[in-house]
Ligand binder design. Sequence first.
Ligand code: NIG
Ligand code: FE
Length: 422
Amino acid sequence: MIRADLVIYGARQLVTLADVTVPPGPRRGHDLAELSVIEQGALAARDGKIVWIGPADALPRQVSQLSGCGVFDATGHVVTPGLVDPHTHLVFARGRAVEFSQRAAGKSYSEIAQAGGGIARSVADLRAGAFDELCRNAGKIASRMLTYGTTTAEAKSGYGLDLEHELKMLRAIRTVDSSHAIDLVPTALPAHTIPVEYRSRPSDYVDLVCHEILPAVAREKLAVFNDVFVESGAFSLAWAERIQSAAASLGFGLRFHVDQLSPMKGTELAVRLGAISADHLDFISDDGIRCLADSTTIGVLIPGVSYFLDCTQRPPARRMIEAGVAVALATDCNPGSNMCESMTQTMNQACVLYRMSPEEALTAATVNAAWSLQRADRIGSLTVGKQCDCVIWDTDDYRDLSYHYGVNLAVHVIKNGMRAAP
Ligand code: NIG
Ligand code: FE
């Protein structure tokens, strides 16, 4: 008998996303729609790890409950892996609702940025903000993410843009990670934009990033990844290559904001430098699609930004999937381009705006997102030995997670084998 301290039984659909390829890897092409559903399924865990999974009627014969075992009746419900959000900017001092009003009145995101708003506004707010206040705000966002079913999220710096404040942001991420049930995976983003004080000598800022900020982040082990925003007005391909080469030599995995607002051939650079992820991709080229499909780099799509900024140019998700790109989905939760914590909202937007299927959206929000954080050995699917991070949803059809939008269907969010939300 297998002994368990958590049992979930009676799931109408237990969506496991168990590996379909040997060796295991991120899902591509048709495999994106392979959810590996157990009808009338059950799951058991011990010490936060899954120890048994199978048909509900076999559970009593094969699993014994330890005293104090948590028992969850999922009759008529869907159970999925905890959702994974691989691109967020959840630490910021203040919202930018004023810019939302300006955009409603006809100003564009770029015009607002050029007039001193945008990322520069958040940098000024963050530098002025108290550390405790930052942690409190980010903690609220992290709790909301968890309530909506996200059990692991990436979190970037990028509103500090000098040594002191980039470290302050990354320490805030560490504080929130250790004080909240959600797991946060930290990414340094000192190359988010050129800070105002360096606008007349931007290459000096690139030097500062390479020689001071990234080495300090590495010394304090404050980030796993480093990200660069490749865009006219932010970082050129040449600067991005310098920064990411320095980051790689310090041991960081590489992530990129590329081809978001204009075609820059940033995807090609990301692949050439062996990036873990290339994110946004609204203006990806045909060559970019081909080299991404032939690489191990995950294409992280962010339909929430397409929606929130009302972008007419969108990533060609269907062509990317058909070409064999391993796609993941993320909220990009941030005060400027998508003020949203919900991954199910993101899945809905992926289906409506990018024509992804509900199956593809769920795979992209779980197992492929986990691959893009290099954590697929622990999270993103429900198999024996993985972390017991899962969500019980108030529906009997997994398609509802994408289809029924604007509501939260999560009834129990379980993190490391313990109920963590709502
Ligand atoms: O991913 N592209 C750059 N960075 C963010 C926006 C950040 C902001 O507007 O504050 C993004 O869209
Ligand atoms: Fe972003």
